[in-house]
Design a protein around this ligand. Sequence first.
Ligand code: GTP
Ligand code: MG
Length: 228
Amino acid sequence: MNGTRLLRSPGVNDAKDGTCRIVVLGTSAVGKTALTVRFLTKRFIGEYSPTLESVYRYCTSTAEDDDIRLDILDTAGQVCTEWKESYALWADCFMFVYSITDYASYEEAQRLRRLVEATRRSTSLCCVVVGNKNDLVYDRQVTARQGQELAVEMGCNFYEVSACDWNQISEVCDLFLELHALWRKTRLARDGRQRKSSSSAKFKQAIQKVISGKGSISRRSSSNGNNL
Ligand SMILES: Nc1nc2c(ncn2[C@@H]2O[C@H](COP(=O)(O)OP(=O)(O)OP(=O)(O)O)[C@@H](O)[C@H]2O)c(=O)[nH]1
Ligand SMILES: [Mg+2]
């Protein structure tokens, strides 16, 4: 198993160390734990045991540059009515899960998304919408189009998957890896902007000093001591 289960609750101020934090949100029994465990262990949990709240750490041991470090918070659907702001503040990325066999879970995904946006005071989330249990098409209550519409509204990608279908393991893994890739891309862009603005600020300061006569322009000297 790549992931290590951490027996603690998430703290907003935990050290991050380049770790991407993903929170899996959705109402009870939509398959949040099944998807998470499928990603971490490639196994499927058939029996249902409601989650209290678990954080899993996932880390690949590939080359330094390609290192993927994730903290995945598998939330408790049964107490979703009691919104925990800490989830929205702790996470970098959000996985909104509903079951295609349960229309109420689709509505709950929309409600959770509004709560996250309100808590973070932003509609720009690094997220993905997931309609789970697509092996149960005969019990379908939510169309793929409705899932797609929700994702378009949120400006993110939409996937229908099945945590229990052995043939869809790579699709399930891609959900988590895509969030990580998105997070990394956003972070690199932000760091680049910060570097650019801080170096241009330094340049402006230096020019100001020279103009006000407080700064000096260093001159190179030739080996024989003559100024160039
Ligand atoms: N047929 C089918 N069953 C699934 C799938 N994913 C999960 N299940 C089953 O649905 C039930 C609930 O799955 P969980 O992963 O425990 O659901 P959860 O969202 O974590 O539920 P809470 O922890 O209560 O919030 C379990 O019996 C799973 O075996 C799926 O893709 N297809
Ligand atoms: Mg669970």
